[in-house]
Design a protein around this ligand. Structure first.
Ligand SMILES: Cc1cc2nc3c(=O)[nH]c(=O)nc-3n(C[C@H](O)[C@H](O)[C@H](O)COP(=O)(O)OP(=O)(O)OC[C@H]3O[C@@H](n4cnc5c(N)ncnc54)[C@H](O)[C@@H]3O)c2cc1C
Length: 465
């Protein structure tokens, strides 16, 4: 066959739909799982609660992506939400972005943060060598010490000294001092900011319903689920599946984590290089509850947790995304927590679910008397591709070498670029790669992969219909 796509997550589906749209039928998309969606899948637990693999929010830098979202679920298949994200610290909720809502902090910490921001604004500009230096230069010592460092260590599970900062782009609200002082002096919350200040979520079936629907547009003869690639012969242009079948291809689009792919392809030099790429694992814990959330959680979407009294860095009030995510809408509700792990931040898998429940009690999200109807758990070995200081040199040493074998490694862990690893980016990495291969265009046809910062500045629909 002409094109083999390994992986039926957003990247693989984007590639397959582009081939479809351009009239190419000589391709096959395969996946080791029985359902399409990859990390963007959803599951219903035994009690009847729906869970995503961590809190997934839709936002988009591409019209094509939005068109496919509408096509997937129709205009009626979505619920629109105002983003409400909060930081829980010092026993209170601070609206996000943290630096614009310092009035919520105790006076001493408020002053540390304001002082640090003024010092940072007056300092001579320097070129930071890592994420921590960037944080201090941007936010000053107070915000970094009280929030930024502890929170980001919990998310990334790596010392920030090992991480770059160039990926940050639009993701972190860099402070406007006037806005900071407005918050401090007027004591008013500033809650809406950034590219995902509104977002939409499937009415039914969680995030996975989008990808199952889109996979449905791919003809049956062009997809095969429940078959894993167990080895690749890059020179011979074949893959072997776990059922013993051997598939020959002309061009391969792989969305397998590139560190695993180079092992499957038995390319030791590239394996050595890709094994230097850092990543964190994610423990996802869903807690289904009887009744309805207490007043402070009634409208919240997700919350960040920088402190040590709970293991999670983020909790989503998943029943607020859609009441249909619960067993009995209106009578039950749900929280979904994410805990990051790496060699720098071990997590005890045997106790993580109970640790999460205790953490939710400590953070006053639930009370010890609340009736828990379900505890759902999932471990994602490859959760977050860490934007490490040396990431680009490692990934740039691997992807072009694979392309010499007609292998195009794309997607969240295929290309390992966190800044372009959301669903919209992943879908478009697959789409752009397929268009490039089909039209014979050069690397410029893949802006998402090659110029992430330009892509992240482009079109951004804030008010999806
Ligand atoms: C905790 C968490 C929170 C997230 N939050 C958001 C969010 O809010 N918004 C957002 O847009 N995105 C979010 N994402 C990112 C989103 O999940 C990804 O953008 C998307 O799923 C990546 O798509 P992909 O196709 O590149 O990779 P994946 O989804 O990982 O798909 C890869 C596929 O390849 C298959 N595969 C792997 N190896 C083999 C093999 N050997 N043989 C056959 N098949 C194989 C896998 O089974 C999988 O289905 C989040 C991710 C995580 C982990």
């Amino acid at each position: 066959m002409k094109y083999l796509i390994v992986g039926a997550g957003p990247t693989g589906i984007g590639a397959a739909l582009a081939l479809n749209e351009l009239g190419c039928s000589d391709y096959l998309m395969i996946d080791g799982q029985d359902i399409a969606g990859g990390l963007s899948s959803s599951f219903v637990d035994d009690a009847g609660f729906t869970w995503d693999l961590g809190g997934h929010v839709q936002f988009s830098h591409y019209e094509i992506f939005d068109e496919y979202m509408d096509k997937a679920l129709g205009k009626e298949g979505w619920l629109n939400h105002q983003r409400e994200s909060w930081v829980w610290m010092r026993d209170t909720f601070v609206p996000y972005p943290f630096q614009f809502n310092l009035h919520r902090l105790p006076p001493k910490e408020r002053w540390d943060c304001v002082k640090g921001l003024f010092e940072a604004s007056k300092a001579e500009p320097t070129k930071p060598s890592h994420f921590k230096e960037w944080a201090i230069a941007t936010f000053g010592g107070g915000v970094t010490e009280h929030f930024f460092y502890p929170y980001n260590f919990k998310v990334w599970a790596h010392p920030l000294e090992l991480m770059s900062y160039q990926w940050v782009g639009e993701r972190v609200a860099v402070p406007d001092l006037a806005k900071v002082m407005e918050g401090v002096c007027l004591g008013e919350d500033q809650v809406s900011w950034g590219p995902n200040s509104t977002f939409r979520f499937p009415l039914r079936g969680g995030t996975g319903s989008i990808w199952r629907a889109l996979a449905g547009f791919i003809p049956e003869e062009n997809k095969k689920l429940g078959v894993r690639v167990v080895s690749v012969d890059p020179a011979g242009h074949t893959v072997t599946l776990d059922n013993g079948e051997v598939l020959a291809y002309e061009k391969l689009i792989s969305t397998v984590p590139v560190d695993q792919f180079t092992e499957l392809a038995n390319l030791p030099q590239l394996s050595a290089e890709s094994s230097q790429l850092l990543y964190s694992s994610t423990h996802v814990v869903g807690i289904g509850l009887e009744g309805q959330p207490a007043e402070p959680l009634e409208t919240k979407c997700w919350m960040y947790f920088p402190e040590e009294n709970c293991p999670f860095y983020r909790v989503t009030v998943f029943s607020n995304y859609s009441p249909n995510n619960t067993l009995a809408p209106g009578e039950t509700w749900s929280l979904m927590a994410e805990v990051a792990q790496s060699p720098y931040k071990p997590v005890d898998q045997a106790t993580v679910v109970e640790d999460v429940v205790q953490g939710m009690i400590n953070a006053k999200l639930i009370s010890p008397d609340d009736k828990i109807l379900s505890k759902w758990y999932c471990f994602l070995d490859h959760g977050y591709p860490t934007p490490s200081v040396n990431r680009d040199s490692h990934i740039n040493a691997v992807l072009p070498e694979l392309e010499k074998f007609d292998i195009y490694s794309r997607g969240r862990f295929g290309a390992w670029k966190y800044e372009v690893s959301n669903q919209d980016h992943s879908f478009m990495q697959g789409w752009e790669c397929a268009v490039r291969l089909l039209t014979g265009a050069g690397a410029e046809a893949e802006p998402t992969l090659h110029t992430p910062s330009a892509v992240n500045k482009q079109y951004n629909r804030r008010n999806p219909s």
